[in-house]
Design a protein around this ligand. Structure first.
Ligand SMILES: [Zn+2]
Length: 429
């Protein structure tokens, strides 16, 4: 993948423009002058323009992923803000939120400032999520107010659940002062115990320790009740079970502050896929049954689940090339995201491309309070060009991450990002 500075006058010509903010689809050109939108629709193309022919292609907002792990500081051998940016651009993402479970964790105003400063040199927009508790230890609240002032856009101990209900309550109460979401990795640690995959028929066959859906749904239920009680903004990450979807759907009837995300891998795979013991399918929460997968799709279609987030979690080969029991949890996901969710939700489930794009653009930006009207004149160009009909097979050459732990190799995907335009740069994917 090549990343270049964009030309002073760049025209994306003759594309299908999908504007997920206005909910409009039309044919036309996009003129980008000095990195900013100068015209959209029928434009008089300046003579000295660089022209990219987009006929047969879709031009739309750059994707936004509110849940990635870029491992900086501490484990830059797995991913850094720079390598993570390349992975993001390969997948069409121009904006991401990084989780704070780094080493050390992002649990102080200074550590938030460290990410903000480093991100300025990256070709995408990177926003830090601050830890809820110091060292993510679950006991003492961080200086959330000061971290917010430095640029934290939400709070989470992701990777680790906030086990103590009273701590979760205090975090939610405190977050209302800043009106920022609390994102709790919902897995009851006692119920999860040593589980390495979904507890069910397949885990029994394979002789692997199971992690029941209750571990997730019980804590999601607790969090929803605490959110209602405190009036805070709860965002439920990586929903994996039918039971959790059910709880969220019910709560959303009377509480519009609750939001939720789903990952491409929970939409794409079910626990049958683990029969091959591929450690790249070991994630937390686990890949569950076909019934759960179908319930997640249903949740996306009826708006219970608001957005797609990858939970991009890079790990070294050593972390993954071991027994299933010992392998680390997590997979990379930025590069394969669009092709995977387009295949499942549009090709197989009949969702419109427009609706899918909202799940990757306007909806996640709204949850985080980012500007979601990206075709306005004078706005910094944060766009992608997509070949939505392209069928392709995911392979190592598509990976830009420093890590390679993906279960999508040799999977047929549908829809490919061709160019990503962000921070004055353009990729040729
Ligand atoms: Zn998590």
């Amino acid at each position: 993948m090549k990343i270049e500075k964009i030309a002073d006058n760049l025209v994306l010509k003759n594309g299908t423009i999908i504007d997920p903010y206005l909910g409009k689809t039309y044919e036309g050109d996009v003129w980008i002058k000095n990195g900013k939108i100068a015209g959209v629709g029928n434009i008089n193309i300046p003579n000295d323009s660089t022209i990219i022919n987009c006929s047969g292609k879709t031009i739309t907002h750059g994707f936004c992923d509110i849940h990635v792990h870029f491992r900086e500081p501490g484990r830059e051998d797995k991913e850094s803000l720079q390598t993570g940016s390349r992975a993001a651009m390969a997948g069409g993402f121009t904006r991401v939120c990084v989780m704070p479970n780094t080493n050390p964790p992002l649990d102080t105003p200074e550590s938030i400032n460290f990410i903000i400063k480093k991100a300025e040199k990256c070709p995408i927009h990177i926003h830090p999520i601050g830890a809820v508790t110091k060292t993510q230890g679950g006991n003492d609240l961080t200086e959330m107010g000061l971290m917010h002032q430095e640029g934290a856009v939400a709070f989470s101990d992701d990777g680790l659940p906030i086990q103590d209900g009273a701590m979760m309550r205090i975090a939610l109460e405190y977050s209302t002062l800043m009106d920022l979401p609390i994102i709790n990795h919902a897995e009851d640690e006692c119920l999860r115990a040593e589980g390495v995959m979904h507890e069910g028929k397949i885990s029994t066959h394979l002789g692997l320790q199971g992690n029941p859906d209750l571990a997730e749904s019980a804590m999601v239920h607790r969090d929803l009740e605490l959110a209602e009680f405190t009036g805070a903004r709860l965002h439920v990450p990586h929903v994996s079970s039918e039971k959790a979807v059910h709880h969220i759907r019910k709560m959303k009837i009377n509480n519009e502050k609750v939001t939720a995300e789903v990952t491409p891998h929970h939409l794409f795979f079910n626990d049958e896929a683990l029969r091959c013991f591929n450690t790249n399918l070991k994630v937390a929460p686990p890949i569950r049954t076909e019934k759960d997968r179908k319930a997640l799709i249903e949740g996306v279609l009826d708006g219970t689940l608001d957005c797609i987030a990858t939970d991009h979690a890079p790990h070294t080969i050593e972390d993954k090339e071991t027994t299933f029991d010992l392998a680390s949890f997590g997979m990379i996901g930025l590069e394969s995201c669009f092709g995977a969710v387009k295949k499942v939700l549009v090709d197989e489930e009949g969702m419109t491309l427009e609706s899918l794009i909202k799940l990757l653009t306007v909806n996640p930006r709204n949850i985080m309070g980012f500007d979601s009207d990206l075709f306005g004149e004078g706005i910094e160009a944060e766009l992608i060009v997509v070949d939505s009909d392209q069928e392709w097979t995911f392979s190592r050459e598509h990976v830009q991450s420093r890590s390679i732990n993906s279960p999508f190799y040799n999977k047929g995907l549908s829809g490919k990002v061709i160019h990503t335009i962000s921070c004055g740069f353009i990729t040729n994917n």
